[in-house]
Design a protein around this ligand. Structure first.
Ligand code: ZN
Length: 375
């Protein structure tokens, strides 16, 4: 460990709201983060993301439903019968069962057994669709718009099973499809799904799962000491929290590697920090952000510079988001950076001080802002 001789001031302490309202830490943190997520830029993409990213999961069905809705967007029908919905919905579940047999936290499910039978060619697609219509949508259609036990103020479909035998896609859903970020949402959903099912499948105490980033393939690796598995591409997992913007300058970024705005995965603290402390999880998710190319390696790019202090606060806020959202990387972040907000703050502060002490970063790097500050 290195001792920091030079000390930057600590972050501003958060307000004493906790005391004023008599709420516990967790409640306040949750409220604050959730409302911040909504109120700064309450757009459709961010409401949709809150469905995919937030909340504890007991089954992967909401991911399958989201993916089914992406598939049906261009079908031309705003009323989708359960039979129609069952086709892509069951296909996504069946495909995921091949990759990971654990799709629910409870021990068994007749619906999942049916999907397994379909994969084993023991039932045909018609039988699978019938079963899906009967059992596959229990809870998921009712609960889809609930985030942290609250109904979102916008709906992407109306549940009209009783009157129309299906759901009706709303204008909000079509408008979502027209947003710049829409193309990233499918990748983010898939990425989140892979993380959730991997966490279930490893089925070990969560604190044993370390997730590291592998530069060459831009992937997260889960390491449970027994085996090391590629979990998912890193970028989609990180993007939801940055709302499709560069972490540093807020410019729009893309997850499509053919796109001019294709995002870099950037290490907030430079690689050299490893020399201070081999244990510093420089490849841990706590230190990874998505950045535009200009910020990462453009003419006035960051390269191995140390970001300015307000950006350190932003990194801390981002990490707290990941933790509060019950993201599958939550436990990893806690293990790597500390079990309380204060400890995590101190962890980042120590890394910051360490960088300054050893590398003498006099000029802190911060790019000009290229868009509204939405996080
Ligand atoms: Zn940028």
């Amino acid at each position: 460990m290195c001792n920091a001789a030079h000390r930057e001031p600590l972050f501003n302490e958060s307000s004493s709201l906790i005391t004023k309202l008599g709420l516990d830490n967790k409640q306040v943190g949750l409220y604050h983060l959730m409302s911040k997520f909504y109120e700064i830029e309450p757009n459709l993409e961010n409401y949709w993301r809150s469905i995919i990213l937030f909340g504890r999961n007991v089954a992967s069905y909401k991911f399958a439903l989201a993916k089914a809705l992406y598939d049906l967007k261009d079908s031309g029908d705003s009323v989708i019968s359960l039979e129609q919905l069952a086709v892509p919905f069951s296909r996504h579940i069946a495909e995921h069962l091949v990759v990971c047999d654990k799709q629910i936290t409870s021990a068994s499910s007749k619906f999942l057994d049916g999907c397994r039978d379909f994969n084993a060619k023991q039932i045909n697609q018609d039988a699978l669709i019938d079963l899906t219509v009967q059992l596959g949508f229990n809870n998921v259609l009712d609960a889809f718009h609930n985030v942290h036990e609250q109904e979102l103020p916008v709906r992407f479909f109306m549940d009209e099973r009783k009157t129309k035998g299906g759901i009706t896609l709303t204008d909000n859903f079509y408008r979502l499809g027209e947003q710049y970020q829409y193309d990233n949402l499918a990748a983010e959903t898939e990425s989140r799904w892979r993380l959730v099912e991997t966490a279930w499948e490893l089925n070990l105490p969560k604190h044993l799962i370390q997730v590291d980033y592998k530069e060459e393939t831009r992937e997260f690796f889960a390491d449970n000491k027994l085996r090391r598995v590629a979990v998912t591409a890193a970028s989609p997992s990180l993007n939801g929290y940055q709302k499709g913007r560069c972490f540093y300058c807020f410019r729009d970024i893309s997850l499509d590697n053919n796109h001019a705005d294709f995002a870099d995965v950037d290490h907030f603290f430079p690689h050299d920090l490893r020399k201070c402390d081999a244990e510093k999880p420089i490849n841990g998710v706590a230190n990874l952000v998505l950045s535009c190319v200009d910020c990462n390696r453009g003419v006035s790019g960051k390269f191995a510079n140390l970001p300015a202090l307000p950006l350190l606060q932003r990194l801390h806020d981002r990490n707290e988001y990941l933790i509060t959202s019950h993201h599958p990387l939550r436990e990893t972040l806690i293990v790597q950076t500390g079990c309380s907000t204060e400890k995590r703050q101190q962890f980042l502060q120590d890394a910051y001080n360490c960088s300054i002490t050893h590398y003498g970063f006099n000029q802190k790097w911060q790019p000009p802002q290229q868009g509204i500050a939405i996080f």
